[in-house]
Design a protein around this ligand. Sequence first.
Ligand code: PNS
Length: 165
Amino acid sequence: MIPHSGSVIAIYPGSFDPFTNGHLDLIERCTHLFDKLVVAILRNENKQPLFTVEERTEMMREVLRDHAHVEVDSFDGLLVDYAARRKAMVIVRGIRAISDYEYELQMALMNRRLRPEIETVFLMASEAYSFISSKLVKEVAALGGSISGLVPPEIEAKLVKRFAR
Ligand code: PNS
């Protein structure tokens, strides 16, 4: 068992490449539910990201600068081991559509098998953001389409710059 210190710490893990308004919406809704939220960027050597972990960390810290109980960190290895090190009892994930469910269920059950004391909590994405994914945002930005309103302005500026011809 993870010792319960009285305050509930939650981890919101992901790739966040890039961070979107869907992620931001979920974080803002989480801050009412938990005492502290650690937004944890996965360090994945097998993926070719658009932004490095350091760039994503910096951008997300800027976007989340006014959220006092939210921390941006990165991790590698097993998520549940990282959660235990951070004394987090909860993993938060967003679900946009039925298509997300199968993958999320597999991960939640595997994580429960690895560390039953850590609970996965799902939040439904707000309707306004349920069609947004990092993958599509990248594709639209790469092809010169508008991503305004899909990502925070700080991230939009970085994306536009990255794809500027
Ligand atoms: O935003 P993403 O890319 O869908 O996030 C996936 C993430 C980071 C939650 C998942 O890949 C993960 O937890 N990776 C860490 C390695 C791990 O613990 N694997 C077993 C999970 S069942």
